[in-house]
Design a protein around this ligand. Sequence first.
Ligand code: MN
Length: 349
Amino acid sequence: VEGLEVALVEPFTIATGVISAARNVLVKVKLSDGTVGIGEASPCGPSGGETMETTVAAVRGMVELVQGRDARDWRTIAKRLHGDFEHQEAARAVVEFAVLDALTRHWKIPLYVFFGAANDRIETDITIPISEPAHMAELARKYAERGASTIKVKVGKDRDEDVNRVVAIAAAAPRCGLIVDGNQGYSPSIAVDFARLLHARNIRPILFEQPVHRHDLDGMRFVTERCGFPVAADEALHTAADALRIVRMGAANVLNVKLMKSGVAEALDIAAIARAAHVDLMIGCMSESRLGIAMSVHLAAGVGGFRYIDLDAPMFLTQDPFTGGYEQDGYWYSLGKVTQGLGVEPRTR
Ligand code: MN
């Protein structure tokens, strides 16, 4: 286990703060036959309370739970990790990633095939962080010209300025679907006001992510019942139990799964709850580079049924420390050329 730091192209501002570099963690596992699996965590403090340092320390503590175990029994490994490290979500996830990469390399099948091979390609949106409306509009124009079909806009700072930002983006990229992401920044009533102001300007986002604080499910339901477009739970959703509670309450219409919040076994349980409850699924990311994103691409494509795909993080990094994992064409990721595991290799300098 080691740290992996990659700078961002420009600082990325959302309602909960600013980041300028991805402070990630690389994990390798080796099977008894010599097969090596790799995984990348991108811990996110405001969402899960983890850092590069806590993740490295937690993964070190997990070694004794993994060493000598049969990788085919990865669900028991995941359960043991959950037992001792419940709140170290990114750390648990990255150990699962490396074990599953090793296992499917050993079996010589791609990970998306292991997950069910529902699809072999998916299309991501692209995110515009909070900034001046003119700069945000310029980015929107550029992304639309490059073929983006969905643009995600970070909001949750100030109701009226946020409306101006979304209006500028909608004018610059009129054919793109818009997702607005509050990142917990609004009160329930301000979130509803924000939605009404957009309606009044004939702007209808396809999704409104996490408008209110993650612990305020009643407030999220208040917004869901009044805002007029679908609401997604993001920071409020980590576990399958969270998913069940959100669905039962009618607190949101969409569940935004991120492997950094849930790990693999739990993400599959959340997907099952969404299917059973007929709520839509989204997959999102933190600041993963190619290696970490590849895991989410394999899972979303292989499992299928993810209506909203937000796996754009590598596009904001100044470097790509890895090769393979997927082929990218515009905003489409294709897995057809992956022959085993994640298919990701470190870039050799
Ligand atoms: Mn979000």
